[in-house]
Design a binder for this molecule. Structure first.
Ligand code: 6PG
Length: 232
């Protein structure tokens, strides 16, 4: 497992932001999928301002949302809203695109179909860099274990009801995420230790299914999340 350990969440955020910029540097149009959740928030804030923002403006990026909760735009749970308030709080850089799930359409299935149409219209073939979070149960994006979504083995986006959250979710599919050329898993806090150990052991978890195949994966974590087991 390619692992970088940072002393604190703020150093992790800075390291992850700079690693993303290194990936984008100088290339033609890049496709980056963005994780929701709380961990990447500080990384997105750093990318949304100052020299890092200026660096982003020299790139050409199609940003795609990795997953979304079935909530209206502006809802505190909305991943797209969180990203607009952090990464794009000074607006979307000129020439960039942000493809999100439209949760104002009638049903979750329609939102997934519309996302896939937008993705195809943008001419996207695959994600160049996937920014991923990981849940304590090993989910990533909204690929939750035991939800049936891991069996969706075709297409770009799908919808899934997550009983433990009592919530519909929209997500990139396993094939869409797994085929990313490069993956950064961002994890922080002691609550992530167990899932990191499980991932090191190659347990059958969604995060392992996504990172275990396809392009190179890196785990960027803080010291709190570093497993106590030195053998790992
Ligand atoms: C979401 C995310 C999800 C998240 C993990 C970790 O919509 O919630 O995409 O996959 O990355 O649940 O969340 P935290 O970063 O808040 O621990």
């Amino acid at each position: 497992m390619n692992l970088r350990v940072f002393d604190s969440l703020s150093e992790l955020a800075a390291g992850a932001a700079d690693a993303l910029l290194d990936q984008l540097g100088g290339k033609e149009r890049q496709v980056v999928s963005l994780s929701g959740g709380s961990t990447p928030r500080s990384m997105y804030e750093l990318l949304g301002e100052g020299a890092r923002r200026e660096n982003l403006e020299r790139c050409k990026v199609i940003w795609v949302l990795g997953d979304e909760r079935w909530v209206p735009p502006g809802d505190p749970q909305s991943n797209a809203t969180m990203i607009e308030q952090t990464l794009f709080r000074n607006g979307l850089p000129s020439g960039h695109q942000f493809i999100r799930f439209d949760t104002t359409v009638g049903r979750p299935a329609e939102a997934a179909e519309k996302f896939e149409a937008d993705w195809l219209h943008a001419g996207i073939e695959q994600v160049d860099l996937a920014i991923l979070g990981v849940g304590d149960d090993g989910h990533t994006a909204s690929l939750f274990p035991d939800s049936g979504v891991m069996e969706v083995d075709r297409g770009i986006a799908t919808h899934v009801f997550v009983p433990r959250l009592d919530q519909w979710r929209l997500t990139l599919t396993l094939p869409a995420l797994r085929s990313s050329s490069r993956k950064f898993v961002i994890a922080a806090g002691a609550s992530k230790k167990k899932v990191i150990v499980a991932a090191c052991r190659g347990e059958a978890l969604p995060i392992v299914a996504v990172t275990g195949e396809g392009g190179e994966s890196w785990w960027l974590i803080d010291k709190e999340a570093y497993p106590d087991d030195p053998s790992l």
